[in-house]
Design a protein around this ligand. Structure first.
Ligand code: IPE
Ligand code: IPE
Ligand code: MG
Ligand code: MG
Ligand code: MG
Length: 294
């Protein structure tokens, strides 16, 4: 997928990093096994490639690459970390779409992984993408210093697991009321916590300002569920209210959710101010998050 909104410098850069991420994932997810892997079963590698290639804005790799560039990190290395993060993200989408979770048929404008393959394969594709992410960050191409690689492994584990994305997904399902007689009514602070975990944690791994952008990103997703066009968004809309999802829109209403969203963009811009023009792309990213249509 390439994002198209009139060809600003930001969109050009986002699409350029998306193309490099696609090439890298294509190479990493080759059919041939790595040393110490016995084989890459055809159906599993095909489902992993289906879930990761040929779609997505690649906004998380963009955050990694642009934030790393502020500190002079070479592009080849930051692309590796970005590809690892995208693997965790794609795994989270495959599992999020399963019948046991959000039960969705459309993702990135195509059938979801369990529709294109089957549920068991989709579960294994998700499992394998998560572990593959750690394979990627542990490689010397990501960073020659083993201490830095360990730090990346730990940060990615904490962002992905029980205190991050997976924990946030647990709170998301619990907030639907499926584990209780009466659905809990979440306040704004609780919805913020849930969003900071299910979406913010992975974006935060991308960069610090991404922590702010991260909450804004999920609010924008919640607004798109109400106002988005399924053709443009590439997935079903209008589902959150029916599923009693705890979203910013459910707590605040669309208009106040939008005010909150633009307030967070202003916070992100203020956080990035000390970096001056070196952070132009990240500031544009914050605006993109709030104004995106897909
Ligand atoms: C969708 O993420 C799921 C959320 C965490 C809100 P994206 O909007 O980044 O989806 P892709 O990667 O571009 O398909
Ligand atoms: C997903 O949130 C967050 C994940 C960790 C995958 P949603 O359930 O709102 O994402 P979409 O709308 O299906 O992309
Ligand atoms: Mg969900
Ligand atoms: Mg969903
Ligand atoms: Mg959503």
């Amino acid at each position: 997928m390439s994002v198209n909104d009139g060809g600003s410098d930001f969109v050009t850069r986002l699409n350029e990093i998306a193309a490099s991420t696609e090439d890298l994932l294509d190479r990493l997810l080759a059919a041939a096994p790595m040393p110490a892997e016995r084989a890459r079963p055809k159906r599993l590698i095909e489902s992993m490639r289906y879930a990761t290639l040929g779609g997505g804005k690649r906004f998380r790799p963009f955050l990694v690459v642009e934030s790393a560039a502020l500190f002079g990190v070479p592009r080849e290395r930051s692309l590796m970390a970005g590809a690892a993060l995208e693997c965790v993200h794609c795994y989270s989408l495959v599992h999020d779409d399963l019948p046991a979770m959000d039960n969705d048929d459309l993702r990135r404008g195509r059938p979801t992984a369990h529709k294109a393959f089957d549920e068991a394969t989709a579960i294994l594709a998700g499992d394998s993408l998560l572990t593959f992410a750690f394979d990627i960050v542990s490689r010397t191409e990501t960073h020659p210093d083993p201490g830095i690689r360990i730090a990346l492994v730990q940060a990615l584990a904490r962002a992905s697991g029980l205190g991050g994305m997976a924990g946030g997904q647990m709170l998301d399902l619990a907030a639907e009321g499926r584990f209780a007689q009466t659905p809990p009514r979440l306040g704004l602070a609780e919805v913020e916590e849930l969003q900071a975990m299910k979406t913010g944690a992975l974006l935060r791994f991308g960069c610090l300002s991404g922590a702010i952008i991260g909450e804004a990103f999920q609010i924008a997703d919640d607004i798109l569920d109400v106002e988005g066009d399924p053709e443009t968004v590439g997935k079903a809309t209008g589902k959150d209210a029916d599923a009693h999802k705890a979203t910013a829109v459910a707590v605040l209403g669309v208009e106040r959710a939008k005010q909150k969203l633009f307030g967070l963009v202003a916070d992100a811009e203020a956080t990035l101010a000390p970096f001056g023009t070196r952070a132009t792309m990240l500031k544009a990213a914050a605006r993109f998050v709030a104004e995106r249509r897909a």
